[in-house]
Every structure is written in C-alpha cells, then in structure tokens.
Design a protein around this ligand. Sequence first.
Ligand code: AMP
Length: 398
Amino acid sequence: MKVLVINCGSSSLKFQLINSEDDSVLAKGLCERIGMAGSRLVYSPAAQEKEIINEDMQNHKKAVELVIAALTDKNKGVIESLSDVDAVGHRIVHGGEKFAGSVCIDDEVIEAIEACNDLAPLHNPANLIGILSCRELMPDTPMVAVFDTAFHQTMPAKAYLYGLPYRYYENYKVRRYGFHGTSHSFVSEKTAQLLGKPYEELKTIVCHLGNGASICAVKGGKSVDTSMGLTPLEGLIMGTRSGSIDPAIVEFIADKENKTVEDVMNLLNKESGVLGLSGIGSDFRDIMEAMDKGDERAKLTLDAYCYQVVKYIGAYTAAMNGVDAIAFTAGLGENNSYVRKKICEYLDYLGVKIDDTQNEKRGEDVIISTADSKVKVLVVPTNEELKIAKETLSQIKS
Ligand code: AMP
C-alpha cells in the first residue's frame, strides 16, 4: 500500500510517499513559502535527480495540488494517478488530552483538533489546513491524524502537573504535554529491538537533539516524563529557543527594555538558545567551526548545552529508578559525535563507557557504548514519517 505522509507548517508542507511493502520512500519533498512571493516545491523522487518547481502557492490547497501533480507526472512521477494513494497520514502537533493515540479523521476529530488550537496556535491551524486541503482533493481516501503529544499521554499526573493553582489545570488544561512523541516512540522501540530486549522491560532515555530538542524517559514502552511542556519552549536549550528559565525573567526583561510579554516570548522562541548564547547562529555546525577556531563563547554555548542534557539524563534516571539505554537522535544527536562524547563523559557515575570508533559512525543505527558499559548508548536515526505511515496503516486496517 502507498501512504502519503503530510506535515504542514504555517508556510510549508513536507511530504513523503511511502510504500508499506518494504517501507521505501517513493518520493519526498518540501513546499516552501506558501502564501508568499517566491514559493517553490523541492521534489525528490527516489533514485532520480531532485527538481525545483517554482510556482505560486497562494495556499496549502494549491501546495497539495502541486505535490499530487509532481507525484503523478509522466516523467518524474512515481504513481499513475491519485487513486494509487491508499491513505494519507497527517502529523498533528497538539492533541491535548483528547488524543492518546492516532485516529481516523472525521468531522468530530477535526473539531477536536480545532479545540486544541489555542495550545499550539502556530502549528495546529496549519495542520488543519493540510487536512482540509487533502480532504477536498481526495474525498474518498482515508486519512489519519498522528499527534506529537499522544505518546506522552501515559505520563502520570505527578509528572505533568505544574506547581500552579490547580484551577489552571481544571479550567484551561495547563499542564505538561510534551512533543516529538512520534520520534521518541520510534527511537525507543528501535532501541529495544537493537539491544534484543523486550520493549516492555526496558528503561530508555531518548535524547531528540535537533533544532528543537527534547528528552523523554520511556519505561516499559511508555513515556513517563519529558522535557517539553505546555508548549515546545520548555526544557533544553535549543537552536533559537531558551528552554527552561526562571519565569520571573519575562517580567524582568519586559521592565528593563520596555517590551510587551509578546515581545519577550518572541525573544525566548526566536532569539535565544544556541543563537542567543553564541551570537553566531542556531546551527551547531557553525558553533563547532567557531569553537575549533578558538571562539570562547561558542565553546561555552556547547558546554551549557551538554550540561543541560546531562542534568535531564540524571533526573530521568532517578525518575525511572535506573536506566538501561540512552539513545541519541535527530540532526545533532545523529551527526555530532563531539556533543555525544561530551555528554557521555559526565555519565561516568552510571558506568557509561563510549567506544570512540563506533561514536564516529554516521547515518546508521549503532551502539556507541563499549561491551562492558553498564548502560548501553546508541545512535538511532529517527524516522517520524515512517512511523506516521505505519500508524496510518494500522488505524485504517483496524
Ligand atoms: P534537525 O532539527 O533535527 O534537522 O537538526 C538540526 C541540527 O542538527 C542543526 O543544528 C545542525 O547543526 C545539526 N545537523 C544536521 N545535520 C548535520 C550534519 N550532517 N552534520 C552535523 N550536524 C548536523
């Protein structure tokens, strides 16, 4: 069967067409600058050169139309017609408390996703536009919603409640939700497979370190705690996000610089983190390059980043009363051996030992700890699209 995976952002649409027979990607791509001047589709069919299609995309519906035109194109297409798409899986950022798993999309589900809009105002409305556009163009194709938050719905109340008046939870559902759930679920399950251990018995800490970053404690296949919160701003220092800070800093900066709360939130989301600390940029490759040239702030940024990760690993080891495996994933987790090594150096107290040769491998599942390391450490490339495709198929089959 062929599953089209759609991930809509506010001005972008990422897609993959996956063949479920062998999990292969038939084609993938990205529509950029939707609703703006200079919009384009970067289309990459498997085993062929990628193509850049510069065309006006006033909205997401037009973007979906272009994607379908590319997929069914006589020369570069990978399917004959739209009817070859058996199902569509949509990545949805926030499912609130309503969704603890993936669901087939109907009117009721669309309404429930809409009801979560105020919890993810930048993401959910865009995700919904993706659903509605696809529904218009493929009314008879089953569609499934796969939520970033769903995997974390197993967290106990003691982990998801904040120290706020309880009425804020009761009235507005202010609580920790967590994100990157599809990735944490995929990577933790793969970790168990790679170690040949039953998923239900393993205590794993997944470090999803990308531009956005979060850590998750997975005990017996269930998320029991995670670093992102009500929004994806909490937790680790990220590319441009501050991560956890003293909440009083918001008022302090607003007073000092005569800013509104909205200004300060913007600063915390877009001008902070690695970008703000280093003054160089949000991409770790640039920070590494600057550090290698002797830039002290770049080094300090990397030190502060790794230190935060180490603190979460310690906290989650305590929360699970031990840890069997630590898995690194996402852009940085998969590609940056320096950061992994630096983090693991702190984990001496857990009996972690890293094999430097293994740690230099890239682009594959690899155990980077030594045979006698008490805790296994792995690099597991994440594959959120494949996970979404699998979830989609399992929903439409059931
Ligand atoms: P993501 O959001 O998962 O795409 O991760 C983005 C981060 O991963 C950036 O800070 C990059 O520096 C880092 N990254 C991505 N690809 C590579 C690579 N091939 N080598 C080193 N770092 C990378």
